[in-house]
Write a protein that binds this ligand. Sequence first.
Ligand SMILES: Cc1cc2nc3c(=O)[nH]c(=O)nc-3n(C[C@H](O)[C@H](O)[C@H](O)COP(=O)(O)OP(=O)(O)OC[C@H]3O[C@@H](n4cnc5c(N)ncnc54)[C@H](O)[C@@H]3O)c2cc1C
Length: 217
Amino acid sequence: MTTTLAPHPATRVRRHPERASYDRAAIDALLDAHWVCQIAFVHDQLPHVIPTAYWRDGDYVYIHGSNGSRMLNMLQDGDSCTNITLIDGMVLARSAFSHSVNYRSVNLYGRYQAVTDAVHKAEAFQKFFDVILPGRWPEVRPPNHKETAATTVLRLPIEQAVLKARSGGPKDDQEDLTRPCWAGVLPFSFHSGAAIAEPDAVGDLNLQADLRWRQRW
Ligand SMILES: Cc1cc2nc3c(=O)[nH]c(=O)nc-3n(C[C@H](O)[C@H](O)[C@H](O)COP(=O)(O)OP(=O)(O)OC[C@H]3O[C@@H](n4cnc5c(N)ncnc54)[C@H](O)[C@@H]3O)c2cc1C
């Protein structure tokens, strides 16, 4: 596996380049920590940004949806930009100007490819569950032929990608440091609440303890 991606004109960070990383392990760690992305593409000469679920499998990011999805159809015909952002904290400084955000954010560029092979498609559905709700796949009814046929699966190679991240406390100007004003970081996290069962649900919620997005946030 490639360990460091070559910067591409689209992925070269100019503003705060010291916050950029092209390291595949760092990019993969961020991709694996979340499951919601925003995808930008152009349709009818207008830019659009649509949120959707994703998962990583090896060197690809996968998405899926209805065959009737405009986004899924457009993505096979043109270039796109996919963003995943995790907010780690709000950075509260002594001056309004120096307030900031701690975050990790990945941009991926390229053209999505359709997954048409039946076995690959079936594996992709299971992988989606294994990533987002590990342990649940064996309990649920798998997609039938009609559901599978009605669903498009796309994948994007992780080739043109960049991670940008900020961490740490506020960077106040020297003259503001004595101001009697609280300063520091307000951490943010993303996690599930207590499960709410359907009245006719049978048994207990059975998920593996290592829910990625719960554990890493
Ligand atoms: C939650 C959050 C809040 C933010 N708030 C602000 C704000 O209020 N004001 C502000 O100016 N900036 C903010 N940023 C930073 C912002 O995302 C941009 O990095 C910054 O504005 C520079 O944009 P640019 O187009 O000038 O960067 P450039 O350095 O010119 O961008 C060049 C390339 O670098 C990559 N890149 C740039 N930024 C990111 C990113 N965040 N993630 C992944 N790849 C990136 C892209 O591939 C882009 O094409 C915020 C970021 C996050 C995650």
